[in-house]
Design a binder for this molecule. Structure first.
Ligand code: URA
Length: 233
């Protein structure tokens, strides 16, 4: 791909702006030599203002979502896109979240520009399990795991029962819930259906991939190919 188009697709500027940046010498190789529009350099060698440029599509990132951020770029208020470099909003193809977390849900969120991968991870058919840690308002009564795991729990407004969702009690008011699907407010509505209320919810894992302990809330990084295998595994 031509350098101008490459940098414009990565969101560094419009084609015109990128052309001006190249002409003013802000695009170099790894040794700091200014490169021109037709230079035969690889993606890894290109530096913009001295920094390596972002990875090309297909790109998948992981984000430790904080409380108070919505997953839709159209929502008013703070969104997950505010946690990423501004240029990411101009990437072509753009990044979308793989499923959504509620505004007040925290934890592991994946974003990708690969539509096929997105579909593969969110579709219940592929069985990419998602695990959530829930803090509850009232003590668990002991019957919840059976109800959630039954495959017969029907939530208000839904036209079919939930797939079995294993639940492990972690404490008097604490549980780990594993979902095969991702219905609207699912964990919150499940606990509401058994007379409880979720006060805090955090996604801990997707497939076999756990939210890394060293990724601070609000931080993101590129998902490695090995981690993607764990997500799908
Ligand atoms: N279930 C919920 O209720 N909310 C989320 O954000 C994710 C799962």
């Amino acid at each position: 791909m031509k350098l101008i188009k490459l940098l414009a697709n990565l969101g560094y500027g419009s084609r015109k702006e990128v052309q001006a940046m190249i002409r003013s010498g802000r695009v170099t190789d790894a040794e700091g030599n200014v490169i021109g529009e037709g230079a035969p350099v690889t993606h890894e060698e290109i530096r913009f203002r001295g920094e390596p440029i972002d990875p090309p599509a297909p790109l998948t990132i992981l984000l430790n979502k904080p409380d108070g951020f919505t997953c839709s770029s159209e929502d008013p208020g703070e969104t997950i896109y505010d946690l990423l470099p501004e240029r990411f909003a101009y990437r072509k193809p753009g990044l979308n979240s793989i499923g959504r977390l509620d505004k007040d849900t925290t934890g592991l969120l994946l974003m990708t520009d690969d539509g096929k991968l997105l579909h593969r991870i969110i579709h219940p058919k592929h069985g990419c399990l998602k695990a959530y840690h829930a803090i509850l308002d009232r003590p668990l009564e002991g019957h919840e795991a059976e109800r959630f795991g039954s495959g017969a729990l029907q939530l208000q407004g839904d036209n079919k029962p939930l797939l079995p969702a294993p639940m492990e009690m972690l404490g008097e008011k604490e549980a780990l819930v594993t979902l095969h699907e991702g219905r609207y407010h699912q964990v919150r509505r499940m606990f509401a259906a058994v007379g409880n209320h979720v006060v805090a919810l955090k996604r801990l894992s997707i497939g076999g991939f756990q939210l890394p302990a060293d990724l601070e809330e609000g931080d993101w990084r590129v998902l490695t190919p090995e981690e993607l295998v764990q997500v799908l595994g």
